[in-house]
Design a binder for this molecule. Structure first.
Ligand code: THU
Length: 139
């Protein structure tokens, strides 16, 4: 995990919780916030953004990745994702793939105060990723 030192889990959870207040969820009323910790020690947040055309909803993790790239990019090493009650919420399948692109299998995903974090590799085993593209192209 490089020379980062400890992941500031309480701060990440608090930032994720805070991000739920910036959620736009008039349809499901499930507010979600995500806070990512980068290899540079930065914290990036995102909130879910729903849409009247339900399938176009952006998850909190999607907003987080958009903010990460918009702020100059970076590698995610840890992420906390919570609902409005402050408790962890499982990242959906699409978001696991989005997170994989920017954090890889080593990315730590918060499982709450009383459990060890998951690795993204455990949540998305045998993932398809950027390294597959170069070697799987038809010559
Ligand atoms: N949601 C997220 O923001 N992230 C997830 O990983 C799971 C689901 C949001 C999408 C939608 O606005 C609400 O939760 C209910 O599905």
């Amino acid at each position: 995990m490089s020379s980062l030192g400890k992941i500031p889990w309480p701060l990440l959870r608090e930032q994720a919780r805070s991000a739920t207040s910036r959620s736009y969820a008039p349809y499901s009323h499930v507010t979600v916030g995500a806070a990512g910790y980068t290899s540079n020690g930065e914290i990036i947040t995102g909130s879910n953004i729903e849409n009247a055309s339900y399938g176009l909803t952006l998850c909190a993790e999607c907003s987080l990745i958009s903010a990460l790239i918009g702020q100059g990019g970076g590698r995610l090493v840890a992420v906390a994702i919570v609902a409005g009650d402050g408790e962890p919420i499982a990242p959906c399948g699409r978001c696991r793939q989005l997170l994989f692109e920017h954090g890889g299998a080593e990315l730590l995903v918060d499982a709450g105060e009383t459990a060890a974090p998951h690795t993204l590799g455990a949540l998305l085993p045998e993932a398809f990723g950027p390294s597959d593209l170069g070697v799987r192209r038809t010559p």
